[in-house]
Design a binder for this molecule. Structure first.
Ligand code: WT7
Length: 635
């Protein structure tokens, strides 16, 4: 029996039981058999959730790019590693072989070194979904620099906050990006961000759109000539198992975004292992994950997991609606995609369009369909299953988080019988627990509670960059000796898990994790705004949309409400990005508060969802009268 590739349900249970009985032997066997180590570990695992401190494969030495590239050169040198599908369907797709990837990563790594980047330095990557994005990520890993990719839809303020938080020395960007029919001036956004970032000594600029941009002399460099001049081989930096690999920011329910730190060996082992099993990956498959590399999904399941398995991974630059709503299915047909991994919000958006877009394409190459990012509703699940999968391709509803690094709960296709809206069973090595409000674990089936994980797994985040205290408080303090996910879940009669949604102040909009506090902070900076509160409400396509309650200052009272609404959304776009814009804005005289001054979001959520039949007891509020006033004018 191989731990690495599970092929039927009985085997899953055997492997799972083994992984609980002796996690260290289990993961050591996986690590031993499938990766290239410069030095083996002295100790598989040491951990203490009270500190918290987690170390996997301590003493081991490796370079993750040797595992993702070099070791495939002998047998897969001419196999496509990255298949790039451009925004414009008339532009040719690019097949980058493992051999070419090796050369491009090495050259890029040498450019980084020439620019003064060394092991441990942070490099911020702000690029669209073009090959340079994956290549620059790998180039950082090649020389031991810590990459921090910022999604290229984030604003200048969001970018500068992240650059400053991780004290990056360099930014890698492009002259612009294509998004459907639009062209976005990425370099302009970087220039604006860098006005607030004194630590950046150089900016590398890839040419993509060919626009006329400003280059600041001494700081900005076109990438192409540097790459051309660079040497084509680069000896990989030998890294310790627990050396940082990357920082990726995720929103918290309060304050600053959290820079989740992932380290090298455990992350590699776990993402490779879950990629192979969750997608039942086979040698000649063409795998496509539609996420952006700016999110954890792209890090783990476009770049590292697939490449560690020697797979062909597709990178798509564009959007599902361009040139029309059949684009995803065109790409599936064109490249004979075997595994297709997307988000429920994309499925819902496409399900709204004419069915011909799907039925007119040949999707028979598909073997596995995946979803991630938020709970998938039953209707979307069936549409995906019936029309995309033709009821033949199992759907893997994969639950995980930026913090977990890899997929935690998911069916194994062709092994685990699927059930709509259920992420089903934990991956080997994952020990979920449902907790009640008193911190007691709820055992047995047909129960629900707060989802925790009781035992470490190799790809878990090790800390929040620069703020270990916050790491401990956010994830390891709500429940003793357990990692708290922030999600609620239920376990059905056979032990399948269904994620019911966040139990904290994080709202998932179109699969993006948005904290209420940063959005409220952005709104409150508007000169006419006194205070605000954001809640989520159900939305057909986005899953949740944002509803903002805004109290104006006296000086704002006379202003036109439509204009104010536009300005509030502009404020959010500037500070965070367009993904955090509000769908509805209600100007209110006050917000319902407890006597200790805490906003009662529960009431605001009910009003926003038009579910006011049972508001509960409002008499203990500081200002009960405001509830009726808000309800009367609700949007
Ligand atoms: C939150 C994490 C993991 C990559 C994308 C999101 C929600 C994620 C599912 C799913 C129900 C899900 C959770 C989780 N979530 N996948 N299959 N079913 N909910 O990463 O931005 O870190 O967000 O997304 O609420 O906590 P993220």
């Amino acid at each position: 029996m191989s731990n690495y590739h599970i092929k039927h349900l009985e085997e899953y249970y055997q492997v799972y039981r083994k992984s609980l009985r002796d996690p260290e032997t289990f993961w050591a066997e996986v690590a031993e058999e499938h990766f290239m180590w410069r030095k083996k570990w002295d100790n598989v695992l040491s951990w203490d959730f009270t500190k918290p401190e987690i170390k996997w494969f301590e003493g081991a030495q490796l370079n993750i790019t040797e595992n993702c590239i070099d070791r495939h050169l002998r047998n897969r040198g001419h196999k496509t590693a990255i298949l790039f599908e451009p925004n414009d369907p008339n532009e040719d797709a690019q097949h980058i072989t493992y051999k070419q990837l090796h050369e491009r990563v090495c050259k890029f790594a040498n450019v980084l070194k020439e620019q003064g980047i060394a092991k441990g330095d942070r490099v911020c990557i702000y690029l669209p979904m073009i090959p340079e994005l994956a290549i620059s990520v790998l180039a950082c890993a090649r020389i031991g620099a810590v990459h921090s990719v910022v999604f290229a839809g984030f604003s200048a303020t969001a970018l500068s906050t992240r650059i400053n938080d991780c004290e990056a020395k360099m930014v890698i960007t492009s002259d612009g990006s294509y998004r459907g029919a639009k062209t976005i001036d990425l370099k302009g956004i970087v220039d604006e961000a860098l006005e607030d970032c004194s630590g950046i000594s150089s900016v590398l600029v890839a040419k993509r759109v060919g626009s006329d941009i400003q280059m600041k002399s001494g700081r900005d460099h076109w990438l192409e000539p540097l790459l051309e001049a660079a040497y084509k081989d680069c000896v990989p930096e030998i890294m310790d198992a627990e050396d940082p690999l990357f920082i990726l920011y995720t929103s918290g329910s309060t304050g600053m975004p959290k820079g989740m730190l992932h380290t090298t060996a455990g992350y590699m082992v776990y993402t490779a292992y879950t990629f192979k099993n969750v997608f039942q990956y086979r040698e000649d498959d063409i795998y496509w994950c539609t996420a952006d590399i700016g999110w954890i999904t792209g890090h783990s399941y476009i770049v590292y997991g697939p490449l560690a398995n020697g797979a062909t991974t597709v990178m798509f630059e564009g959007v599902p609606s361009y040139p029309d709503f059949g684009r995803f299915w065109d790409i599936v047909q064109k490249h004979k995609i075997t595994q297709f991994y997307t988000a429920p919000t994309a499925i819902r958006a496409l399900a709204k369009e004419n069915l011909d877009y799907v039925t007119n394409r040949d999707l028979s190459s598909l073997k596995v369909l995946g979803t991630v990012g938020e709970p998938i509703n039953e209707e979307a699940w069936h549409w995906y299953n019936d029309h995309v999968g033709d009821k033949k391709s199992p759907i893997v509803d994969t639950w995980w988080q930026t913090e977990t690094g890899g997929i935690m709960i998911s069916p194994i296709p062709y092994s685990t019988p699927t059930k709509p809206t259920y992420a089903t069973l934990p991956m080997p090595g994952i020990q979920p627990a449902l907790m009640d409000e008193n911190g007691i674990e709820i055992k047995g089936n047909q129960v629900d509670g707060r989802l925790c994980i009781k035992f470490p797994w190799p790809s878990m985040a090790r800390t929040i960059w620069g703020n270990h205290k916050r790491f401990k408080e956010t994830y390891f303090s709500a429940f003793e000796n357990k990692y708290f996910t922030g999600d609620g879940a239920l376990r059905d009669e056979v032990g399948y898990y269904r994620i019911t949604g966040r139990v904290d102040d994080v709202i998932i909009v179109s699969g993006h994790n948005l904290g209420t506090a940063p959005i409220e902070d952005a709104i409150n900076e508007h000169p006419a705004v006194a205070e605000s509160a954001i809640v989520g409400f159900p939305h057909d396509i986005k899953g949740n949309a944002l509803y903002g309650y805004v109290i104006l200052k006296e000086t704002g009272e006379s202003r036109d409400r439509d204009n104010l609404s536009k300005e509030v959304n502009q404020q959010i776009t500037d500070k965070i990005g367009p993904i955090a814009k509000l769908d509805k804005i209600q100007f209110v005289p006050g917000l319902p508060k407890t006597r200790s001054g805490k906003i009662m979001r529960r009431i605001l959520r009910k009003i926003a969802s038009k579910d006011t039949s049972n508001l509960g007891d409002t008499s203990t509020l500081l200002n009960p009268e405001v509830v009726k006033e808000i309800m009367d004018k609700a949007l």
